[in-house]
Design a protein around this ligand. Sequence first.
Ligand SMILES: *Cc1c(COP(=O)(O)O)cnc(C)c1O
Length: 391
Amino acid sequence: MSIELPYFDYAATTPADARVITAMSECLGIDGIFGNPASSSHAAGARARDKVEQARSQVAALIGAMPDEIIWTSGATESNNLALKGFAEAAAAPFHLVTSAIEHKAILDTAARLESKGVFITYIAPTREGAITPAAVAAALRPNTGMVSLMLVNNELGTLTDIGSMAESVHALGALLHVDAAQALGKVPIDVVALGIDLMSMSAHKVYGPKGIGALYVSRAARSRLCAQMHGGGHEQGLRSGTLATHQIVGMGTACAIAAEQMSSDTHRITALSERFLRGVLSFKGVRQNAREGLRIPHTLSVTVDRPDFFPFMLADDLAVSSTSACNSAAGTPSHVLSAIGLDENVAGRTVRISLGRFTTEQDVDHAIKCFRRVIEPSGPLTVPVQASAA
Ligand SMILES: *Cc1c(COP(=O)(O)O)cnc(C)c1O
């Protein structure tokens, strides 16, 4: 990527992979696959339907699901809404929902809405390292817990939740396990069956697909425990009506197929790059990494600069980093994730998220280190303290 404005905000969104763009562009015009996938009476519809079903299989294959367990939505926000509100509407009796204080707003705002309608909610506090532990989940469960909803990877800290160790205790109560995997898809291997996941939210634009398309994995067993939140036409097994957006769906399917193929090589590269970045910036005075210990992905880093005159926007000028998650930026409020791990507003305000991805280069990383040095150690040494990387 060009060195002029290196992009370090892959956790907010990714550019679409060129192969995704090509596949999508073949699904729009008169010479392409533009038919309505629901038009069963002619070939144009059938061709579109084949494309949609191929994409469904590609998404399913990436997470170890069956194709008919994939429900197309407009993104992870809608998937989260469908999972939580759809379950609440189908629940026969008032129930208890367990989630965490560091979820994405698409969960927290939806949970608040359910709370106002009588659902009782427990928000688990993370450890100082940003982990939601199986012990904390076990302690939060009650006899009437109907659903546990947790993210697989946190969008601000990159911490990974040990979902596999939680499923058994959740299922012992007859409750469903919902996972927001928007930050995990394509970054870590996911097997919904092995992990015991009943419902899982996904988004294409975090995995080099287009914006505006996502999916909810609904296990066959959980299918009858959800009510549709979008009506009209009965698409997607009646769970989500609306004409299927063939080009978007093909984009997501292609992105997932590429992720399946490239995940380990991408992760290998990104691990080396993030280590290079950390070696560089942690050598500067007053720079420390949040959520450093424990389970985490290499792609997303949270760094605090312990200097009262440090403002993240000083970096954002030369570097596309995020002072908090994009969603919080839009709301203009301090990060609820950083405050949940014990950072006060002041410290949170001196924290940046650096997220790396498929197109990050070594030059981008070295440029980022220089930008940090410039704002942190204006009179510091002129050489960038980075060791040559083998990878
Ligand atoms: C980005 C994100 C979402 C929202 O996904 P959209 O597809 O943009 O609606 C939800 N949860 C997490 C953890 C995210 O990172």
